[in-house]
Design a protein around this ligand. Structure first.
Ligand code: FES
Length: 285
């Protein structure tokens, strides 16, 4: 903290922030130069650089912000303004696994609120807090564009669709126990720091990770399909008087034609297929 000559604390952080140790600085500089070279204007590299420094310490520290500012010839105020705007950047030490429960409108009514409340009790932490073992940071998050799989839980930004209170509790228990869990869609799970490095733009070299990337669900894609002039799925109803055949049997897409034939949620230990869309409740209640 900054102090007066009399030693009275002014409550202000000491400036400038300390630098990284030389070896860390050299390694990060090499990575940062690689990222910056991808952009015609260096300041455009700020977002990936913030992910890079987050991958080093698990959150964006003052040291990390100073590093970004120096590499991009920005002020620390400019870097801080960006780092504090986006919710994907953490500003305090957190767990290996960031468990985000979507409590935006659709997920909330489908069970997200109940899941978030029960996980707070189960883990003994509040929003934005980390379990004592440093494994899980719980937070409520906004819509992740996966509403057709509500309620959704994200772990380090990987999808765990169609959750219930029971499946979400199993999920965090497995994460704390070190048991391998598989996201419902997308790449295998890795730690928050590893995720941050991938988000900084470095390749995910784990076998099968890139190929495993999941897509949006069929309900999310209906608008796109219609805009491209493709046939809508069976549940799209033609407006009355549009001349569209009303008596035609519903179109039944073949498996290869079905939008979700390869992207639909898989039954994993962390999803609960017996409760695909209903409101979540404690098992046995
Ligand atoms: S409301 Fe939860 S993913 Fe959209």
């Amino acid at each position: 903290m900054t102090t007066t000559p009399e030693g009275v604390s002014l409550g202000m952080p000491q400036l400038p922030a300390p630098d990284y140790p030389d070896d860390v600085r050299a390694r990060l500089e090499a990575d940062a130069r690689e990222i910056i070279a991808r952009y015609p204007d260096s300041r455009s590299a700020l977002l990936p650089l913030l992910h890079l420094v987050q991958s080093e310490e698990g959150h964006v520290t003052r040291t990390g912000q100073r590093f970004c500012a120096e590499m991009l010839d920005l002020t620390t105020a400019e870097v801080t303004a960006v780092a504090t705007f986006y919710s994907m950047y953490r500003r305090k030490p957190s767990g290996d696994y960031q468990v985000g429960v979507c409590t935006n409108t659709l997920c909330a009514v489908m069970g997200g609120d109940a899941i978030f409340e029960s996980l707070q009790d189960h883990l003994g932490v509040g929003n934005g807090e980390t379990t004592g073992d440093g494994k899980v940071t719980l937070e409520h998050i906004e819509c992740n564009a996966a509403c057709d799989f509500a309620p959704v839980v994200m772990v380090n930004w990987e999808f765990f669709d169609n959750q219930t209170v029971a499946s979400a509790k199993r999920l965090v228990d497995d994460l704390r126990a070190g048991t391998q869990v598989e996201p419902t869609r997308g790449a295998p799970l890795c730690t928050f720091k590893d995720t941050a490095r991938i988000l900084a733009g470095f390749p995910d070299e784990r076998e099968g990770a890139v190929e495993a990337s999941g897509g949006a669900g069929p309900a999310s894609l209906i608008g796109l399909r219609l805009a491209k002039g493709e046939t809508g799925p069976a549940r799209v109803v033609h407006p009355r008087g549009s001349g569209a055949p009303q008596d035609e049997p519903p179109h039944d897409p073949s498996p290869s034609e079905h939008l979700s034939s390869h992207d639909a949620p898989q039954d994993t230990s962390a999803s609960d297929p017996s409760h695909p869309a209903g409101p979540a409740a404690e098992e046995g209640e």
